[in-house]
Every structure is written in structure tokens, then in C-alpha cells.
Write a protein that binds this ligand. Structure first.
Ligand code: NAP
Length: 492
């Protein structure tokens, strides 16, 4: 959707303005929207947190945060930071919201934002419900423009807590006003899955259990827990990566074609796809999920010896799983997914493995084709370099008739990559535009938690044999066995 720059008019109230995410991601993303013309005159950001900063202190911090975005655009820094203001504020104190409301009203007048208010919660999740309740009780909702809430992850730590949080939020905001961030949905190639599928007969016609053998989704990280150890040890890969990012990518791959390419229709199809994901019984969960924890390597401690990690921790730093859909399209096609820390590389990819031809007519003694036909594989490279490749079987040059796999490949040029917005930039823009396509709906989140909760319960009651994988590998051997028992293997 292309918009005119001046169409975005809003006061953004940011809770957690002195935090790490705001500094590293949110201010640079807003600056990108500004220098590209999506934000112009009619916007202001009111930063809040307990620190006693002045507007000038805040503007200096924002300036520091954007100083590396695009040094050629340094001339625009002053114009940009003039839209930033700060109010010391404790989110747990209802009286503080009165001052906030006053300042929002002043900014609305000053920047002619037509009463549009966007609230962004970039704080510890335990505050989300309190902030929403105070926004309502202290009268911060606008009655002459839009009210929207952008909320950071994690959205709960299981179904029950997510449901409770959702109940608290929906007492103040309607579902269509809530934008739940999953930054994977802001990635170019995740969004490209729809173009690839619904824009190409050659792909969509084959996108079902008649032609696809299995689909593999890999979110691989090459770093350990680093400074997030305290948070991570309470979370683990299942909550941190599978419940949200992996489920969202899987939903895009599995969904039916939406009636129209609008946020409501797309989210409805994704939610339907996740509803058809088979919810495992505890014994199915144990059989279809593999967990891992990294051992010591040349350059790292074993996970249990990392600073901030419980020395007896059973938190998983790796998950692999076989997912099954009970739908007409996907019956019989496993989706294998995996994610982990300290693996062989930092990349995200999807491998769609097609079935082999029913008969290999080349494998006859007469033409001595000793090379068996390969599965065609469509790979969607999400990170770090977005692109696609399609592996086909072709005739090998020369006498006789031997086949060999060849690759048709496309990868984004450095120039295209530069033009591609960062996930937070795209998501900020979409929330300001009111387009919720790339945000997770409650229904999707609820289904994903219900699916994941069963596995968590099984795992929490069994002592794993950790550590069980070497840094630099692609995870524990059980992850390979998960596919081998079906006569398959990971493409990568
Ligand atoms: N950082 C990341 O890379 C990252 C990535 C993905 C998701 N997230 C999510 O983004 C959110 C923010 O993360 P973060 O890393 O930026 O956290 P952070 O650095 O710990 O920042 C927390 C913010 O909350 C403020 N705060 C704490 N208690 C407060 C209170 N009672 N009243 C008002 N303000 C208060 C802090 O400022 P004062 O101390 O000045 O009050 C600070 O601005 C979290 O939901 C996190 O899960 C972060």
C-alpha cells in the first residue's frame, strides 16, 4: 500500500523510552520513515519512563540513537528530533497519567495530529495490563481520532497468562486496535511468501499434499544467550521462538488463499490454518518434539555455566519438531521446524521439498543413469540475504543420459537490500496506517499457545539429558532421527 507522506498524523506515546529496544530499533526506524517522507510535519513522540529526563536530554539521546542510520542525512537530525518530547512517568501511578494526557493534548495542538493516538508498550510485559487499564481510567483515549496500541513480545508465557493479558487489554482496546509485534512478520521474505504462492500459478498449483513431500523451517542462530541469559533461562526456545516466529511463518506457508489481500482476510486464513494444526497429546508431543541445550565449545561455556543461568537449568536452547495439519490440503505432509542457539550459522530459511516423479524413467540399465532423480526443492531464504532457489533435475551435458540437480536462483542485490525497510520500520508504518496484516491476532496467539503448552508440560516433568549438542552443529542427533524415522532428512 503506497501512501502520501503527510497522511500519517499521530502522537505516539512510548512507554519504555529509555529502554534498549527504543534506542536500538524504534528511534532509527522512525527516522527512516521520516527521511523517506512517510512521517513529516504532523507527528510527535512523547517518550515516558521513570528517569528524570528533560525534553532536551531525550532529544540528545534520540539523536545519538539515529546517528548511524544514514550519515548523509545528518542535516535532517535536528528537524527529526524536534518532534520528540519526554515526560517522567511511573506506569504504576494512575495520577501520572493526568500529566501525560495534558502533554499529549498540547502536542496534538502543536503538531495538528487530528486526535490520532498511538500507544507503544516497550516495557516488561508485567506492566502491559496496568498501562492499558490506566489509559482507560485516566481518560487518555482520544474521542476524535484513532486509538491504537502496539505491544511488544512476549504475549504471555502460556495460554492462561496470554488469555489474562488479552482480557486486560481488550477492556481498553478492541482487537482491531491492538497491534501485537512479531518482528519476523516485518521481514521482506516472510511477506514475500504470499507473493510467491498466490502470484504464481506454477507454485500455487503444486502447493498441496499431492505434490509436496514435506516442508522444513529453520531459524538458526550462531550466538549463545549473551546478555539476555536471565530472561532466556525463564523462557527457552519453545516460548522465545517457536510459539511466535515459527508459528507465524508456518501459518503463512499453510494458509489457504485469502479472499482479498486485506488484513482481515489474511489474518482469518492464518488463524484457520493454525486451528487445523493437530494439537498433540502428551505422548505425541514427546514423540514429535526434540529439545537440546548447548555444550561447551571452543569459544563458549556450556549453557548451564553462562552468567545468569541456573547451573541445573533444563531450559532448552534448541527445539526441533514435526508438525501435522489436519486439513484437506496438508494431510500427510509433515512440517519439520527447528531453531536453536550456537548453531552452524545465523540464517532463516524455508525448504519446500516436492515429491519425486512416480516413475524414474531414466533409471534403466540401457541409459545407465546411476544418478537417482532428486526431489525438487524450493528454498525461501529469509535471512541474511533474501532470495529463492529452485532445484530441478536436468540432463548432464555429454553422451548417454545422466541427470543432475541444477539450481535456479534469485537473491536480492545489495541495492535492493538497502531499499528494503527494517522490520520495525515497516511495522511502525503499518501500525500508524492501521494495517494489521503483519501483526499477530489473538486467535493465532491463542492457538499457538495451546499447541505449545502441551509440550511445555511434558518437558517440565521430565529430566532431559543435557547438554546434548555441540556448538557449530545443527543440533542434537535426535533432530536428525526425527526425520530419518520418516525416511527423510534435513535439506540443510
Ligand atoms: N531489547 C530487545 O532487543 C528486545 C527484542 C524483542 C522484544 N523486546 C521487548 O521489548 C520490550 C522492552 O524491552 P527493552 O529491552 O527495551 O527493556 P529495557 O531496556 O529493560 O527497558 C525497560 C523500560 O521500562 C522503563 N520502566 C521500567 N519500570 C518502569 C515503571 N514502573 N514506569 C515507567 N517506566 C518504567 C525503563 O525506564 P526507567 O528505568 O527509566 O523507568 C525502560 O525505559 C520488552 O517487552 C521486551 O520483551 C526487546
Amino acid at each position: 500500500m503506497t501512501i502520501l507522506a503527510t497522511e500519517i498524523k499521530a502522537v505516539i506515546t512510548l512507554f519504555g523510552a529509555t529502554g534498549d529496544l527504543a534506542h536500538r530499533k524504534l528511534y532509527p526506524s522512525l527516522f527512516n520513515l521520516f527521511r523517506k517522507g512517510f512521517l513529516a510535519d504532523n507527528f510527535a513522540l512523547l517518550g515516558t519512563s521513570r528517569s528524570e529526563w528533560s525534553d532536551a536530554d531525550f532529544q540528545a539521546k534520540v539523536r545519538e540513537s539515529i546517528s548511524k542510520v544514514d550519515e548523509d542525512q545528518a542535516g535532517q537530525y535536528d528537524a527529526f528530533v524536534k518532534h520528540f518530547f519526554y515526560q517522567p512517568h511511573d506506569v504504576t501511578n494512575p495520577e501520572h497519567y493526568d500529566k501525560l494526557n495534558e502533554r499529549i493534548a498540547e502536542l496534538e495542538d502543536k503538531f495538528a495530529t487530528e486526535g490520532n493516538r498511538l500507544f507503544y508498550m516497550s516495557m516488561a510485559p508485567r506492566f502491559f495490563g496496568t498501562i492499558a487499564a490506566n489509559i482507560k481510567s485516566q481518560g487518555l483515549l482520544s474521542d476524535n481520532g484513532f486509538n491504537r496500541l502496539v505491544i511488544e513480545k512476549p504475549f504471555g508465557r502460556d495460554f492462561a497468562s496470554a488469555q489474562e493479558l488479552n482480557k486486560e487489554l481488550t477492556e481498553t482496546f478492541d482487537e482491531n486496535q491492538i497491534f501485537r509485534i512479531d518482528h519476523y512478520l516485518g521481514k521482506e521474505m516472510v511477506q514475500n511468501i504470499s507473493a510467491l504462492r498466490f502470484g504464481n500459478t506454477a507454485i500455487e498449483a503444486l502447493w498441496n499434499n499431492q505434490y509436496i513431500d514435506n516442508i522444513q523451517v529453520t531459524l538458526s542462530e550462531d550466538m549463545g544467550v549473551e546478555e539476555r541469559a536471565g530472561y532466556y533461562d525463564q523462557s527457552g526456545a519453545l516460548r522465545d521462538m517457536v510459539q511466535n516466529h515459527i508459528m507465524q511463518v508456518v501459518a503463512q506457508l499453510a494458509m489457504e488463499q485469502p479472499l482479498t489481500f486485506t488484513d482481515q482476510d489474511i489474518r482469518a486464513e492464518k488463524a484457520k490454518a493454525l486451528r487445523s494444526l493437530r494439537k498433540y497429546t502428551p505422548s505425541e508431543a514427546a514423540a514429535n518434539f526434540v529439545r537440546g541445550q548447548y555444550a561447551a565449545g571452543d569459544n563458549n561455556n556450556e549453557y548451564r555455566k553462562e552468567d545468569g543461568v541456573d547451573p541445573k537449568s533444563i531450559t532448552e536452547t534448541y527445539v526441533a519438531a514435526k508438525l501435522t495439519f489436519d486439513s484437506y490440503r496438508w494431510a500427510g505432509v509433515p512440517f519439520y521446524v527447528r531453531t536453536g542457539k550456537l548453531l552452524a550459522g545465523k540464517f532463516t530459511r524455508v525448504d519446500v521439498v516436492f515429491k519425486k516423479p512416480l516413475i524414474d524413467i531414466f533409471a534403466t540399465p540401457a541409459n545407465s543413469n546411476d544418478q537417482k532423480l532428486n526431489n525438487n526443492v524450493l528454498t525461501i531464504y529469509i535471512d541474511p540475504t533474501p532470495g529463492f532457489s529452485l532445484t530441478l533435475n536436468a540432463k548432464k551435458v555429454g553422451q548417454g543420459y545422466t541427470t543432475e540437480p541444477i539450481d535456479l536462483a534469485f537473491s536480492q542485490s545489495a541495492e535492493q537490500k538497502d531499499l528494503s525497510p527494517e522490520p520495525y520500520e515497516r511495522l511502525f508504518h503499518d501500525a500508524l496506517e492501521g494495517n494489521s496484516t503483519n501483526f499477530a491476532s489473538w486467535s493465532e496467539i491463542a492457538d499457538a499457545w495451546q499447541f505449545v503448552d502441551v509440550i511445555r508440560q511434558v518437558w517440565d516433568h521430565e529430566e532431559p539429558n543435557f547438554p546434548n549438542y555441540q556448538p557449530g552443529s545443527m543440533g542434537p542427533k535426535e533432530a536428525d532421527e526425527l526425520l530419518a524415522r520418516d525416511g527423510r532428512q534435513w535439506v540443510y
